[in-house]
Design a protein around this ligand. Structure first.
Ligand code: SAM
Length: 281
């Protein structure tokens, strides 16, 4: 039984980390003309109006996209200013932040005729929302399990592959399942770019994912973490956001490092970013 709904968390600091990384990876991939199959294994709704009851309940965007948006005129980093321009394009009225776009939107906005996009969503209500979104014709929305769906697609027909695995981690077993899915993808599409998001929680379950990948045989795993606060004494709640990029485009680390250096002060005094290879070539 799925209960997670991303609308409660839309636009939070983890979304900023995830979508800025995704946007930057995609910018690199778009430098070549060869076709890409994009797979979003856990797509969510696609677009989140901030005024909804769900998003207003926790207002997590106030510790995420909101402070950045308000200071957008002061941003100078080219990746950040570019990303903000694209975010502005998602707003019905460009001067006001009323909607936060999810991964299907970030993937969908740069699709070229030669590319494909597969969006998997297993929650019936979330899938209905996703089905109502306006997306390019190359985008297919599939009501089903994302990791199973990904495995049946491999190897893909296009020369390149880019996957986002962004589960809700409602079950502890998902950390191992994600590691297995990454290993299988690497076996079938060795050069595919795979992004995995994971939460930093006091229970530390993400170590299951990280440790499993370390010994899986998958190479070139780059890891970045955006911490909102230090772990400290707290016993619950997400204190940081983690991303793995398998086969990261060359230059991605420096690009994001520069953007995050400008971004983190807007997320609070304790906020910090760190990145390094988890598994090298
Ligand atoms: N990727 C989205 C974004 O960046 O905007 C957010 C996704 S949210 C963290 C996780 C989503 O995965 C939820 O909408 C949930 O219903 C869905 N989900 C949970 N288990 C799933 C599964 N096995 N296959 C596909 N979707 C699943």
């Amino acid at each position: 039984m799925l209960s997670y709904q991303h609308a409660y968390h839309a636009g939070n600091f983890a979304d900023v980390h995830k979508h800025l990384t995704l946007y930057s990876v995609n910018n690199y991939l778009l430098r070549k003309k060869t076709a890409i199959t994009y797979v979003d294994t856990h797509a969510g709704r696609g677009l989140y109006p901030l005024a909804t009851k769900e998003t207003q309940r926790l207002q997590e965007y106030r510790e995420g996209i909101w402070p950045l948006w308000q200071k957008r005129d002061q941003l100078t980093d080219p990746l950040l200013t570019d990303w903000m321009d694209v975010l502005t394009g998602a707003q019905p009225a460009p001067s006001e932040l009323t909607h936060y776009p999810g991964s299907p939107w970030w993937f969908g906005k740069s699709l070229r005729t030669q590319d494909q996009l597969r969006l998997f969503e297993l929650h019936p209500g979330e899938h209905q929302h996703l089905a109502a979104q306006e997306l390019a014709t190359q985008a297919r929305r599939i009501y089903g399990d994302g990791l199973d769906g990904l495995s049946t697609m491999l190897p893909v027909a296009t020369p390149r592959l880019c996957v986002l695995i962004d589960p809700s981690f409602e079950r502890k077993a998902e950390y191992q399942e994600v590691a297995d899915a990454v290993a299988y993808t690497f076996e079938k599409a060795r050069h595919g770019v795979v992004l995995v998001w994971y939460p930093l929680l006091p229970a530390g379950h993400h170590h299951v994912l990280l440790d499993a990948l370390k010994t899986s045989g998958v190479r070139k795993i780059w890891r970045s973490e955006l911490l909102l606060r230090e772990l400290g004494e707290q016993t619950h709640g997400m204190y940081g956001s983690g991303m793995l990029v398998i086969n990261p485009p060359w230059g991605l680390d420096e690009r994001l490092e520069a953007a995050m250096a400008q971004l983190t002060p807007y997320l609070g005094d304790e906020s910090r970013y760190e990145a390094q290879w988890w598994v090298e070539e």
